[in-house]
Ligand binder design. Structure first.
Ligand code: OGA
Ligand code: MN
Length: 224
């Protein structure tokens, strides 16, 4: 967060950028996270909603912690199920296209050096949760920005299932985000512990991560 603050705001600083991406960049610069309701363009949100509803149960797998050989299923931490997004379906192409425009914009404005993007659909059945966690660990310089969007038409406050973003390690209160259709949440992956509270109905989201390129011994580390 601190690193972002040293960069000037858009352009000459006198012409505020009031586009959605401009607001997101300002939010990230000022507080390290951005919560924007109705931010996902409606046609993309509708296409993704239909696609996610059409995914048969066997496309999902139980979520776990870690990547590849380090993967462990951990019911103590999370109980949702996920389906990684590739560009096969038109809805997913639109999502990848939109996030790639956001990536380009944020790289230009905030010099983040975002290099790749990975994302998955997530389904939380009633009672499912994802306990307090970080999406990335300091020093690993891998996942830089987390992006979450919600595909839940007609969500009510008494449906629960909020995302709680904690502002630092000791924060026990946090900021609650209701998983409303089209809300987009973006935060610095290493800075904000967060959790998903259990809901009383099925809860659908997409979670994604912009990553920097970490090459170790000339071996490129690709998105999964
Ligand atoms: C995640 C995550 C939040 C949400 O998948 O890492 O924190 O609200 N998801 O679905
Ligand atoms: Mn997370």
């Amino acid at each position: 967060m601190v690193a972002l603050k040293k960069f000037p705001t858009s352009g000459d600083g006198n012409t505020p950028d009031d586009t959605l991406f401009g607001h997101i960049a300002n939010d990230l610069q000022q507080q390290g996270y951005s919560i924007r309701h109705g931010a996902l363009p409606l046609p993309i949100a509708l296409a993704l909603f239909e696609h996610q509803q059409s995914l048969s149960a066997n496309k999902y797998s139980e979520a776990g912690i870690g990547r590849h050989e380090n993967f462990v299923k951990n019911e103590f931490i999370r109980t949702d199920e996920i389906c990684w997004i590739n560009g096969d379906a038109d809805a997913c192409k639109q999502w990848i296209d939109w996030t790639s425009k956001l990536q380009t914009y944020l790289n230009q404005r905030l010099f983040l050096g975002l290099f790749s993007f990975e994302s998955h659909f997530a389904h939380y059945a009633p009672g499912d949760y994802y306990k307090r966690h970080y999406d990335a660990f300091k020093g690993e310089a891998n996942r830089v920005l987390s992006v979450v969007t919600y595909l839940n038409p007609g969500w009510n406050n008494n449906d629960n299932g909020e995302l709680v973003i904690y502002h630092h390690d000791q924060d026990l209160e946090g900021t609650k985000v209701v998983p409303l259709f089209g809300t987009v949440v973006i935060f610095l992956s290493e800075e904000f512990p967060h959790e998903v509270l259990p809901a009383t109905r099925d809860r659908f989201s997409i979670a994604g991560w912009f990553r920097v390129n970490t090459s170790i011994a000339n071996a490129i580390d690709p998105p999964r």
